[in-house]
Design a protein around this ligand. Structure first.
Ligand code: CA
Length: 335
């Protein structure tokens, strides 16, 4: 086995259940979002049942500083907020999570993601948009829900929380990272022995979380698709020296798929970049995002071709997938 593969193996002792992984990790991106409205407890339950190693939480704050599990700082593309709280619309036409209290958020119904203007589904082959009967959960509620499933099934899924837009939250007068760390600690996620990866697109915030707020767990630095990731600092951090420097703050990186593999033209073979090799040389894990059956990279012929390129050619350590079942099935049969 190669050194990079060893780095990819993760062992956690967690809630009395040993979590041992001898293959790349499958992170259920927003839950089993290929099948159920993203970030609902139903989507998390299904992802757990499908065998996901980790379940992802995107986190934003409410007006009363409660950490809730939603992908965007906006509410209008995944809920009926425009119908229930029409007066909360800001001048830019959007509805913000930060403008509603938790009690108000709990009155909303979650929908499959839709386009604001047309109301059409973003992913037409998925769960239909509209009233799903499902609601928004706090981070506390979701972590307790996952631990309940870990206990009842005897299989421990880890968590993969993302602090969304911390700079923006601070500019609005809210310290999201501080709130998130309190909830994580309260639920037993605090050190590298706990089955948790904390992720963020803002490297300055990951430094702050480590140095100022005392986070001792694992961290993943997310890179935006343009290979910048941290403003002007981003491209420098992706050099060999930059990655070595990053390893002092974080345990791994979360690049976009396109930073690892591309198909230059229809029918061409996959072209793999050096990013995974360089990250492994710096002892950083690589967990790219996002595998979607209904949104493959340009010119990529199939989801199997994508899995083959990522796992067998690039050698990634884990991946965010909207389709936990397809990614796991590939890992079990083809790798
Ligand atoms: Ca995310």
């Amino acid at each position: 086995m190669t050194l990079s593969r060893v780095i990819g193996w993760v062992f956690f002792g967690f809630s009395g259940v040993v979590f041992a992984q001898n293959r790349p990790l499958v992170v259920a991106h927003r839950g089993a979002s290929g099948y159920l409205p993203e970030h609902t407890l139903a989507a998390k339950a299904y992802a757990h049942a499908l065998g996901a190693d980790f379940l992802e939480q995107d986190i934003v704050l409410t007006k009363d500083d409660v950490a809730v599990v939603l992908h965007d700082i906006y509410l209008d593309t995944v809920t009926d907020v425009a119908k229930k709280f029409p007066d909360r619309r800001r001048a830019d036409g959007r509805y913000y999570v930060l403008d509603l209290t938790l009690a108000e958020l709990k009155q909303l119904t979650v929908s499959e993601r839709f386009h604001i203007k047309s109301g059409a589904a973003v992913y037409p082959r998925r769960f239909p948009p509209g009233d799903s009967g499902l609601s928004i959960s706090t981070l506390d509620e979701e972590l307790q829900f996952i631990q309940g499933m870990n206990r009842s099934t005897g299989r421990a899924a880890g968590i993969y929380p993302e602090i969304k837009q911390p700079q923006w939250h601070r500019a609005q007068g809210h310290d999201i990272s501080r709130q998130v760390l309190v909830v994580l600690a309260r639920n037993g996620y605090a050190t590298k022995a706990d089955a948790c990866f904390l992720q963020c697109f803002e490297i300055e915030e990951l430094r702050r979380v480590r140095l100022e707020l005392g986070w001792r767990g694992r961290s993943i630095f997310l890179l935006d698709g343009k290979a910048k990731g941290a403003g002007g600092e981003g491209s420098r951090l992706l050099t060999a020296a930059g990655l070595q420097e990053l390893a002092a703050w974080v345990d791994g990186i979360g690049p976009a798929l396109g930073q690892i593999v591309a198909w230059p033209s229809p029918g061409s073979a996959a072209v793999v970049t050096d990013l995974v090799k360089q990250a492994h040389a710096a002892k950083l894990l690589v967990h790219p995002y996002t595998i979607r059956l209904d949104e493959l990279p340009k010119n990529c012929p199939s989801i199997d071709a994508l899995h083959t390129a990522l796992f067998n050619e690039a050698g990634i350590d884990g991946v965010f997938s909207d389709f936990t079942d397809l990614t796991l099935a590939w890992l079990r049969s083809k790798r």
